[in-house]
Design a protein around this ligand. Sequence first.
Ligand SMILES: NC(=O)c1ccc[n+]([C@@H]2O[C@H](COP(=O)([O-])OP(=O)(O)OC[C@H]3O[C@@H](n4cnc5c(N)ncnc54)[C@H](OP(=O)(O)O)[C@@H]3O)[C@@H](O)[C@H]2O)c1
Length: 250
Amino acid sequence: MKIVVIGGTGLIGSRLIEKLTEHGHEAVAAAPSTGVNTLTGEGLAEALEGAQVVVDVSNSPSWERDAVWNFFTTSTSNVLAAEKKAGVGHHVAVSIVGSEKLPANDYFRAKIAQEELIEKSDVPYSLVHATQFFEFVKGIADEATRDDGVHVAPVRFQPIAGAEVSENVGKVAVGAPLNGRLEIAGPEQYQMDEFFRGVLKALGDPRTVVTDPHARYFGSELEQGTLVPGDGATLGRIDYYEWLKTNQGK
Ligand SMILES: NC(=O)c1ccc[n+]([C@@H]2O[C@H](COP(=O)([O-])OP(=O)(O)OC[C@H]3O[C@@H](n4cnc5c(N)ncnc54)[C@H](OP(=O)(O)O)[C@@H]3O)[C@@H](O)[C@H]2O)c1
């Protein structure tokens, strides 16, 4: 199968390209660095020629309110229009568990708009909702850092290894369109403040974690279940601390 991966040079995309290629598919990475820009449409029609499936794992270079909104709405509209012209039969996109519960957050709001465009289009689709990637954990701590420490709410948190996101997205891409969503998460559910305390200790990071029920996650307060999946989610096998042994500093 010819499968075009928009964002195929990124964290999830590059592993996905490797996996699909290993399984004998013609996996094409489409990104600005390979001559495809979904914001301007440059190179898009050519890349999609003869493709059966398009997977969108691109990400906005800026998370500023207008920039992130423009990225996900314009890119997604351009990709869906190009798919219709090329006769693509399956659009797969990765979004975030709980996105719909955080519409006040600029990034999540843009992801919700992306999903709505996909759901409304005529192209058969699958949405993979993933929890936070292990690779993103340090970035979350940095964003939550204030003068007196890292402010984290005592809510449930269930991150997943990026490799397992790529693996699950690959399985969805080669299957029949779900015309709905699949939730994926890591094997272990933690209390978020305790998790970050353990992570900073394991990393030898001197910052302290301040438990704060009103701590904002990228601008939004969290409820107990905001970031964790519902029943029936597909769970990974890779433990965060096992992963950390070989991925320290990543
Ligand atoms: N981080 C998390 O914890 C998390 C959790 C759940 C879901 N997600 C979602 O997972 C997806 C993938 O994230 P990631 O961390 O793998 O992303 P990433 O590593 O930041 O990669 C972003 C990709 O997007 C491409 N891109 C940027 N601008 C583009 C444009 N104008 N046209 C086409 N491609 C463009 C980049 O290409 P270049 O290499 O050429 O710049 C790169 O391949 C995102 O949609 C994100 O919302 C993330």
